[in-house]
Each structure stands twice: as C-alpha cells, then as structure tokens.
Design a protein around this ligand. Sequence first.
Ligand code: SF4
Length: 413
Amino acid sequence: MTTPRRKTRQVMVGKVAVGGGAPVSVQSMTTTKTRDVEGTLAQIYALAASGVDIVRCTCNEVEAAEGLAQIVPRSPVPIVADIHHNHRMALAALDAGVHCLRLNPGNIRKPEHIKVVARECSDRGIPIRIGVNGGSLDPDLYAKHGNRVTPEAMVESVERELAHFHEVGFDDVKISVKASNVPLMIDAYRLLSETMDYPLHLGVTEAGPLPWGLQKATLGIGTLLAEGIGDTIRYSLTADPVEEAKAGKHLLEVMELRERTGLDLIACPSCGRAEVDVIAVAEAARVALEELDIPIQVAVMGCVVNGPGEAREADLGIAAGRKRGHLFVKGHVVKVVPEEGMVDALVEWAGIIDRDGVEQALLLADRGAAREAEIDRLALLDDQGADANDSATKVDLIHKRTRAGEAVSETAP
Ligand code: SF4
C-alpha cells in the first residue's frame, strides 16, 4: 500500500475495534429470517469460519428481536441489527443485546425517533452505523439536489443524522454511503472522508450476482482502500453470504491489509506454450489446497519455459513440461513428478512447508531434480523457440521490413 490509511476515530462493535488504526474488518449479513434462531446461528458460524469479523441481521419484526435475544449470546462474532422504518425495532434490538445498530436515515426520518434511539445507544454504550443508501435517500434531499442521487446529497443525509445525534450528545458513530453505481459510491466516500473523521464502512450496495457483483464490489471497495479510505467492508452479493465473507477476506489479504491465513493461488492464464490444461490443474489444486487451510502462496504455471521465473516469489509452485511437473520452492526446483501427480505433489510439499518451513523444504530437494528440469526446459526451448513473448526481436524485424518498404516506395516512380 502506498497511501497511508486515513486517520479515523475508533468505535467498538462488541470486541471488534473499527477505525483508529484497527485492522480493516470484514462484515456480512445473514439471509435467514432472524426469528429462525438455529438457522441464523448456523449461518453466523459459517460466516465466522470464513473470516467474517462482524455479522448483521435484520430486525424487522418483534419475532426478529426475540430471535436476536437468543442469537447474540451464542454468536462467535458481534451482531449488528439492521433497522429500517420502525425505530421501535431499534429499541427492541438494543433490549436483545446487539452490539451495534445500523440506521438508514432515508427510512427513519422523524427527529424525535432518531433522538430516542441515539439516547438509548448513548446510555448503553452501543455504536450506530449511519447507513445511507443511494436508492433510499431522503426524498427531500433527492429533490433538493436536482432529483438526482449525488455524493453531496448522500453526505448531507449523513450530516442531518449526525446533527440529531449531537443534540442528545451521541457521537459513537461509523458511516456508510453505499450506492450500486460504483463511480457514485467512490465519489461519495471520498467526499465523506474529506469532510469528517468517523470510521467508514465500505460497500457497493446491490452489487448483484457472481461474477459481475464481485467485480463491481471489488472495484469500489478496492479503489477506496488503495486510497487509504475505509475501516470495515462488506461485499453485498446476490449469493451465499459465505461468498461475501471469502471475498472480503481475500481482498484484504491481497491488498496486504490483513495477514494471509489461507491459500493464495496464483496461476498463469495459459497460452499456446502450455504443456498441460492449466485451468483444470489450477482448479484441482485450489480444491485440494483449500482443504489444508494453511497460509501459503502456490503457483500453477503452464510451461517450464517462463513459469518458474515468473512465479519465483511463490512459496511453492509447479510448472508443466514434457508430460512432467517441475515442482519448485521459492523458485528452486525440488522435484520432477509425472504430469498426473502434479496436484498430489503440491499438496505433499505444502504440508512440508507448513510443518517445517521453506528452508527445511529446500534441504529435502531431490538430487538431480534441477538438472532434469533444465534438460526438459532446454528441450522445450529447442522445440518452441527461446521466448514466446520475444517482442523486441519481432519489433526489430518489423522496423527492418518497414524501412525496406519505405526505401522501395521512395524510389518508386
Ligand atoms: S508462457 Fe508458460 S507460464 Fe506463461 S502463460 Fe504461457 S503457458 Fe503459462
């Protein structure tokens, strides 16, 4: 990360710190009816196992609040109650013991209702997320801003809510300004982060099904994180919420905002040089290695000509060549295995690295493996030419031909 993280205040959602330099946390939301206590808890446990730090449950009816009263004490992670329209549900959720409320200012607009909830949160030491959504903006703000949802309108909605909170001395707040339109969402968060220092909850709302939803959410959330903006994130996908949890955790890991706890699989896109079905091998490797649940970076490369060099930083990798797999640890060939044994070899050596470390794994290298691999590599170079991407030579050739052509056309009558 080149941009330092923006300094924000800190709020505590149960035991999870948000903002103020705390690690960026991952959130998701249950899709069960909250009154279904066992079903909701099963989903919360699945989310926690997938890397989620905080879970939100809707609190839309009395039975949901009653469910929360049983869910909260048994949940492994803090619970946020999602409140729309009925401020009494916010009070009921507080009675149920939730760790945070999410209020949508577009849906609860009466100042007296907002203040009664804020006062109660203040008394109990419970934070509130002001969750503005582009799609449910307060109608009079929508009208005031030219019948459009704009970053300014969204930030003004936040400011109005904050003014009500401040009237009752409540300031334990985090904020989101989500929109399904990615540029709008990015601009709204940028404006918000210039205006105030509350911790920010990032998300692209209604991002949609996989794979496009994943892409939209990653673009919005990732852009802001790269600018140092954002303290907690949620992927809003039309998918099993476990996918949201995995996506959030993975994004933070690849942006080096969170220590890797699981597999990071890198694989080449394959090309005409590939000696194996890279897509199939990479998928089989992903399935097998994910089961090990160890923090390791593994590379699957389609050929031994470019593969090992391009993946030399990986803890472990394999490159295909002449019906064999060249297994390498930190770029050093440690074993040559038959093509059909490539995935098994990765699993075996991932276990060795996890148990004994990279240095020890290197000591276990087969004698002669590097030489065998070099023989394969040279044979393939012989077959295919030195470098599939040897663009410099091609450009030289084009220049020579073009110059020759120019000379001919200049002398032509
Ligand atoms: S050159 Fe080799 S490593 Fe690179 S994309 Fe092609 S097959 Fe994969």
